[in-house]
Ligand binder design. Structure first.
Ligand code: 6PG
Length: 245
């Protein structure tokens, strides 16, 4: 019996700037393909890797800002820290400053996770909003994810009980390595997406990326298995452990 399509596709680019362009091209392709339906939904990745992408999408001199259907775009988040939106650690705050405040998104189309609230309550509220906006299956058109050096993605960390969640779309696990709770999309939510794109940059991610692509099931990122097609891993040469030449 065939093993079925590979769960992961790797595309290597030179460096962080090229990674941002490749991700922006994916965003634009998915947004324009979804536009006839009247809605494009995207979940942003947290952390530092997406920052060049956010700047590129917001830059009016680049071929993205004015080409994208912002009026019908709904922005969600893959995860959030348990902090208020103006905290420097807030994924929403970083995206608001670099992108969301710089493009013509209708204010009601930004669906942040309320990190300032009790994490459990914030997770339940966010799940309700996902289902209200996207329908019961909460199928996102595009999910952008980062990769931690330990193989975590969103706020799904190795050994987390949240990895065993099979029905809820959002969980609020305590993360021992951080000593804090996080709010995160679960594997069912991530795998329900029409398209999942990982953004991986830097030599410190090379070991995790290699192990994820080899299918190391103990790594959360390896367990993101979109129903349709393979998860795309966009990696720069440093993360793909290819000699920069
Ligand atoms: C977060 C992210 C997390 C991030 C990875 C990679 O809230 O931090 O969701 O999963 O994507 O930790 O982070 P960097 O891009 O900063 O390396």
């Amino acid at each position: 019996m065939s093993a079925g399509p590979p769960p992961h596709e790797l595309r290597v680019v030179a460096g962080p700037a090229e990674l941002a362009v490749a991700a922006a091209d994916e965003w634009r392709a998915r947004a324009l393909a979804a536009a006839p339906s009247g809605r494009f939904s995207v979940a942003l990745a947290g952390g530092r890797t997406p920052q060049p992408l956010h700047a590129l999408l917001a830059d009016p001199r680049e071929p993205y800002r004015d080409a994208l259907p912002w009026a019908l775009t709904h922005v969600f988040f893959g995860d959030e820290r348990s902090v208020p939106p103006d905290d420097p650690a807030s994924n929403y705050g970083a995206a608001r400053d670099a992108l969301l405040s710089r493009v013509p998104l209708p204010p009601g189309n930004v669906h942040r996770i309320r990190g300032e609230d009790d994490a459990g309550a914030a997770a339940r509220a966010y799940e309700e909003e996902l289902r209200r906006v996207l329908g019961p299956a909460a199928r996102l058109d595009l999910v952008l994810l980062g990769l931690g050096a330990d193989g975590h993605t969103a706020s799904l960390f190795p050994g987390s009980p949240a990895l065993e969640e099979r029905t809820r779309l959002v969980a609020a696990p305590f993360v021992p390595s951080l000593g804090a709770r996080r709010i995160t999309l679960t594997l069912p939510a991530l795998s329900a997406a029409a398209r999942v794109v990982f953004l991986v940059s830097g030599a410190e991610k090379a070991d995790a990326l290699r192990r994820v692509l080899a299918g190391a099931a103990e790594l959360p990122a390896a367990r993101v298995r979109p129903r349709e097609g393979a998860a795309l891993f966009l990696a720069d040469r440093a993360a793909a452990a290819i000699d920069p030449g």
